[in-house]
Design a protein around this ligand. Structure first.
Ligand code: AHR
Length: 617
């Protein structure tokens, strides 16, 4: 095979080409990127048919007959009225050593690390003085890792009172619990119990290792918060931003009925915008358009939802003196967020009220915010849309063979009208494993097809981003984690080979006499680290034999600099190979310097591989 790259034939790739899509799925945020350690901190957790319950809190103490735990609606927080009540029946002398109380295991164990500091906040009320011991304890061995005493007079806690303390761990246990115990006879109410590590990214609440994994992808946009999460199985459980902003203590939380868990909504609308900013990415806010999986608001009654979307945009980018912008300012961000993209619903095209509702949102948003780019759920890749839009969503989940074959998907897509936003793609079906090499190689070919069609494809993101390994609801995903570890699947690592594409120049490249398993593209980009110009030629071999290929660079005035050029390969001996906690780097891009780099090169491509040639020019 021969690949001819013509440096004289050039076209810019959109600055927003390559991004990330975050959804509250697989405990991605709750018990994941959002670093809150306490699970069900407000004692409100419930499901669609389950009344509020204190799970996973448990009662502790050697003498359980000394404590009665119940809930009532006496909280000081209007939107989440449930509080925990502890009736402690033993006296200091009669209580068993250690007292009695409650324990929270977090999300499958809290990661408590020696030398790290944790901020604990809770609200308490009592009929008498309180003397509480707050501790992190190893769930498996009972060893105390950190502890403090909180005492207050009867007067101070007669009404709800906020307690805050910072404790430092003197040992490490990745499977710990938070315990609150007492040996004081009396009645104590607790609510909104939070424990956060102090070392979150910029103190913004994002678990730092998971933040870094996303940041390393250099996403230029950040689509959030879903996905089906935005829709809900029922509208009553959909993501409605006004319930998910303001002080965390006041957020009611909600049941994520699509993905089957309670979220106390610490990671809300503000946090999605903040995270986008921290990543240097444009936020892409997807809002509910009055449609869930099972119920819909009729277009004649959609105006409250339209107003809610307008208010949400004002929250994000209105002046700090505006009604909703002032709420944002009160949360610590007086400057507007750079919100330029909104998605009207998720995967709702074709539903009875979609088009009618969509047009109401479109007209109202364009009237007030003409610069905002509006994303329709209707796929415009085969024929032009019958309604106005700036972008259209395109989602694809397929087996690896189908995904590979889709590298031509946008070759014949309409060139006028809205641009394509490939807002979810992944090899997902039978041969994906839990994130196999094969899946990544097929996705690489698809991405190369998108890059070559980036005159019409403006944005692309893999889905889903995160998997907490204890809630394996949707597999595969890009980043897998538990309480303290993480790794990228091959689908994560292949994306690293595309991070230079945003804002780069696409060069014309053509394959001659090529095997049908080869797909290639070429770009010119400036390396942000050394500030130098490179050609990047990416070639996928989706076949089971080595392919020899000649690469010829035409139209280049300068020469290729052998020293400084490199070759990076992502492959593995077996197509179903995966990364894991024990072998996180089994399949990662392997780089070597290319000392024989030139305008004419012959190279061998390994079976089932993607190879990137970065040629210094
Ligand atoms: O990415 C997982 C799910 O796939 C998303 O929630 C939805 O948009 C799609 O069906």
């Amino acid at each position: 095979s021969k690949l001819i790259v013509d440096v004289g034939s050039r076209r810019p790739i959109p600055n927003t080409f390559f991004g990330a899509f975050f959804e509250e799925i697989n405990h991605a945020g709750t018990g994941g990127l959002w670093a809150e350690l306490v699970n069900n901190k407000g004692f409100e957790a419930r499901g669609s048919s389950v009344p509020s319950n204190i799970y996973p809190w448990t009662i502790i103490g050697e003498d359980r007959s000394s404590i009665i735990v119940s809930t009532d609606s006496s909280s000081c927080f209007e939107r989440n009225k449930i509080a925990l009540r502890m009736d402690i029946l033993c006296q200091r002398q009669s209580c068993q050593p250690g007292g009695v109380g409650i324990s929270n295991p977090g999300f499958w164990g809290m990661n408590i690390e020696q030398g790290k500091k944790y901020k604990i906040v809770f609200y308490v009320r009592s009929l008498g003085p309180i003397d509480l011991q707050v501790s992190f304890v190893g769930s498996n061995d009972g060893v105390k890792l950190a502890s403090t005493n909180i005492k207050a007079s009867r007067l101070k806690v007669a009404k709800w009172s906020r307690m805050e303390t910072i404790i430092e761990a003197n040992a490490t246990n990745h499977n710990s619990s938070l315990q609150i115990t007492t040996s004081n006879r009396g009645v104590v109410w607790l609510d909104q119990v939070s424990a956060m590590p102090l070392d979150t990214y910029k103190g913004h609440g994002f678990r730092s290792d998971l933040f870094q994994m996303v940041a390393n992808l250099k996403p230029k946009f950040f689509r959030f918060p879903g996905g089906c999460f935005v829709e809900g199985n029922y509208l009553k459980n959909a993501f409605r931003w006004k319930d998910i902003v303001g002080p965390w203590e006041e957020r009611p939380g909600h049941f994520n009925d699509v993905w089957g868990y309670w979220t106390d909504d610490g990671f809300g609308f503000f946090e999605g915008l903040q995270l986008s900013e921290d990543l240097g990415a444009f936020p892409v806010w997807v809002f509910n358009n009055g449609i869930s999986h099972n119920d819909q608001v009729n277009t004649t009654a959609i105006s409250p939802f339209v107003q809610e979307a307008l208010d949400g945009i004002e929250f994000a980018r209105g002046s700090p003196t505006s009604q909703w912008g002032s709420l944002r300012a009160s949360m610590g961000h007086p400057e507007p967020f750079d919100l330029r993209f909104v998605g009207v619903g998720n995967e709702d095209c074709g539903k009875y009220n979609y088009l009618g509702n969509y047009l109401k949102f479109y007209e109202a948003i364009k009237r007030t915010y003409p610069d905002i780019q509006i994303i329709s759920n209707c796929d415009g890749s085969d024929q032009p849309l019958n309604h106005p839009a700036d972008l259209y969503d395109f989602h694809i989940y397929a087996n690896s063979k189908d995904m590979f074959s889709k590298y031509t998907k946008f070759d014949n897509a309409p060139r006028s009208g809205p641009k394509a936003f490939v807002s979810e793609y992944a090899v997902q079906k039978e041969d994906a494993g839990a994130g196999s090499l094969l899946a990544a190689v097929a996705e690489a070919a698809f991405l190369i097809g998108l890059e070559k069609n980036s005159d019409i494809v403006q944005m692309v993101a893999y889905a889903p981003l995160f998997l907490n390994t204890n809630d394996r609801r949707w597999i595969p995903d890009a980043i897998v984690f538990n309480s303290y570890q993480n790794y990228g699947t091959p689908s994560y690592w292949l994306q690293q080979l595309f991070i230079d594409s945003s804002g780069a120049i696409l060069l014309n490249s053509t394959l001659h006499n090529s095997s049908s398993s080869i797909v290639a593209s070429a770009i010119e980009y400036k390396n942000s680290q050394d500030g130098k110009n490179y050609l990047k030629v990416k070639v996928v071999n989706f076949g089971n034999t080595i392919e020899n290929i000649g690469i010829s660079i035409h139209g280049l005035n300068s020469s290729v600099q052998p020293f400084g050029s490199s070759m990076t390969v992502l492959t593995s001996p077996n197509i179903m190979d995966e990364n894991s906690f024990s072998k996180p780097n089994k399949i990662v891009p392997q780089g070597t310097s290319l000392e024989n780099a030139s305008k004419d090169m012959n190279v061998g491509l390994l079976p089932y591989s993607i190879t990137s040639f970065d040629l210094l020019i």
